[in-house]
Write a new protein. Sequence first.
Length: 477
Amino acid sequence: MDWIRMASWICFLHFSVLSTFLLTSADKMVFQSQLEASTVLQRSRRANSFLLEEILKGNLERECYEERCNYEEAREYFEDIPKTDTFWASYYDGDQCKPNPCLNGGSCTDTVGGYSCDCREFYEGVNCEKDVSQCHSEGPLSCDHFCRPFYSGFKCSCADGYSLGTDERTCVPKVQYPCGMAPKPSKLNRTDPGHRFDSPVPKPSKQNQTAPGLSSGSHSCLKGRCPWQVRLLDARGQEFCSGVILGEQTVLTTAACISKTKTILVAVGEHSSEAGGQLMVWPKVAGEQSVVWPEDQPPRVPGSPRQMFSVSQIAIHKRYKAGILGDDLAFLQLQKKIAFSSSAFHTCLPEKDFSENILMEPGRKGLAAGREPEGAGQGGPLLLSYLHLHGCQAGLNHSFMLTNKMFCTVTLAGDEGSEGSCGLLPGTPLVTVEKNTAFLTGLLIPPHTHNCSRGHIFTKLSRYLPWIHQQLELFEK
């Protein structure tokens, strides 16, 4: 037991001595100097040293990560310029491809101060954000007329009378009088009854101001009508409806207009003392006098139009019912062909998707022309803005139920409440001018069915295109 006590005292003594030493040396330096520490902790350089650095191949970690290197030092390591450029692009200013900014599966290549995307098939753009298989409504890739998307890309096409240009985007007229566009002056003959070389386009009246690009020299809607618009006259020479030219012998109007009178004269072109053609004579009915004008003595109506035609055949839409505004369409076949000119030509028929998504986009402007109020003089077309269907239902106070075969326009602020805004007759065509070509979108439903001072309701012709094309083919044979 004695030796155990002795060992305990020895340990206690050692602990006391050590504690005293630590307390007395607390004010001494804890860390050694850099020189002293370097003699204890030595790190070997991983790159080549001294003369070997100039003889052996460089070490990238030493040259560019342990130290800051320049482009030439990096090139000496890689001994390959493309590899050096790839390294330098991310080394110099960071990797711009992390995270990958390229969309739709595009691969990113980092460059000094930026990056570039290598896009997958059917995509393009700085970040591969554009799907080139989809149709573009505007810009350098947009089609002049129609566009259809395909898996391998979109394809442009043109209306009748046009051919696709070498760029496969533009539509070039291939006939003298293509639809929806007056011929250029260089293509007009001085004997053309509609030439207007010396006739400047009058400025539109205040209530008929139009936006730039909607009414030009080739689309001047003067004297209450547009070049594609016709007047329907009764036996007394009074205008009661309008219509639109779709072919050399074909006019589209409303079925309700056809039922208003048994005598119909179709007036085409500018006002003039000239007239031609025959008047169609319908069977006499009670209360109406049957009138016949000799062929060599055409009727004298105020401001007699240049060309007048009788009707040889009528085709009314099979679903039309009198007194119901739906399916209110009728074709008129003229006895003679219209002499097309710069003041009388047919408008273009659009494709359904093009009409409803491009031409009739809410907020876009359309053109319609009607009778001018007394003392208004010559005026341009009314400028009407396309509406959503729910906007029409809320704003026009109409007396009938709207269907998806109808659409609405609102009269712009300058025209609202004016006499001219209610001067449109049933059957008045509405067109949208796209890239200087007029496309037909609607025929006016009788204005008395709604508040015409605020807007108008039209038959949506895009829903009737199969029937229209069928009748047009029959009448133009």
